[in-house]
Ligand binder design. Structure first.
Ligand SMILES: Nc1ncnc2c1ncn2[C@@H]1O[C@H](COP(=O)(O)OP(=O)(O)OP(=O)(O)O)[C@@H](O)[C@H]1O
Ligand SMILES: [Mg+2]
Length: 238
């Protein structure tokens, strides 16, 4: 079964400060993804990887095309679905992990990680125990567990970000550069945690530049070049 079918998808940005110059960030994107598959999304900086992920999560509204997601309740076009449906899917099925943590002020690390788990695990102490276990696996020093992540280093924030996106075992995970600023040992832990999700049926779209991560993690790769899938021979005119 396909969890995702993307058909003729495009996204253009109009830059008003540049006299409405149009940037075609994504053009005629077509691909599908099987349930339980891990796809690695690759391509040079500026090729459109994050834009594609944001169109799927609906942070960006695609300019044209379809993104058919097979939810537990049936197929749904993530381009056309109303905002309530999108919010519901984000709560129950689809999780997005951005490259950087947008920190919630004055919430301790343990609870930042637990946020999605609190929705399904009503016993807050059980949820916190699971969160501490994950922070331990990820090698986050214990003295930071109850501290606020706003002052954490880049790699520490990244671990919080990854932990909070996987702790509730989402059905579909969109994850942007999960291992970019991690040391080799922690990279392996993150790769293992994502592979464990896959074993339980999670489908994963993962942006990565890191060959080591891609080789260990993904079933296949999709390469974006100037907003299109597949390596192009030449840079398009204009
Ligand atoms: N909100 C936006 N407004 C205007 N232009 C945007 C916006 N988001 C992305 N773009 C443009 O779309 C193109 C693709 O950007 P995107 O962030 O998707 O690239 P990327 O492949 O994720 O790059 P990187 O590897 O550096 O993260 C770039 O030219 C970028 O400037
Ligand atoms: Mg990006």
């Amino acid at each position: 079964m396909n969890i995702l079918e993307v058909t003729d998808l495009g996204k253009a940005f109009n830059l008003h400060i540049l006299r409405d110059k149009k940037i075609d960030a994504l053009k005629d994107i077509n691909f599908s993804m099987k349930e339980g598959e891990i796809i690695g999304l690759t391509g040079k900086s500026g090729s459109g990887k994050s834009s594609l992920m944001k169109c799927i999560y609906r942070t960006y509204l695609a300019s044209y095309g379809e993104i058919i997601y097979t939810s537990l309740e049936g197929k749904i076009d993530l381009v056309k679905a109303d905002d309530h449906k999108i919010i519901e899917l984000r709560k129950t099925e689809i999780t997005y992990c951005s490259q950087f943590l947008s920190v919630i002020p004055r919430v301790p690390a343990v609870d930042v990680v637990c946020e999605n788990l609190f929705r399904i695990e009503k016993n807050k102490e059980e949820a916190r125990a699971k969160s501490r276990e994950m922070l331990e696996q990820l090698g986050l020093p214990q003295e930071l567990w109850d501290a606020y992540p706003s002052t954490f280093s880049g790699g520490e924030q990244q671990r919080i970000n990854v932990a909070r996106s996987i702790i509730a075992s989402p059905r579909f995970l969109l994850i942007d550069e999960p291992t970019a600023s991690l040391d080799a040992r922690t990279k392996d832990v993150v790769i293992d945690l994502i592979l464990r999700l896959k074993k339980n049926g999670t489908s994963v779209l993962c942006i990565s530049h890191d060959e080591y991560t891609l080789n260990k993690l993904v079933d296949r790769r999709l390469e974006l070049t100037f907003g299109q899938i597949g390596p192009l021979e030449m840079q398009p005119a204009n």
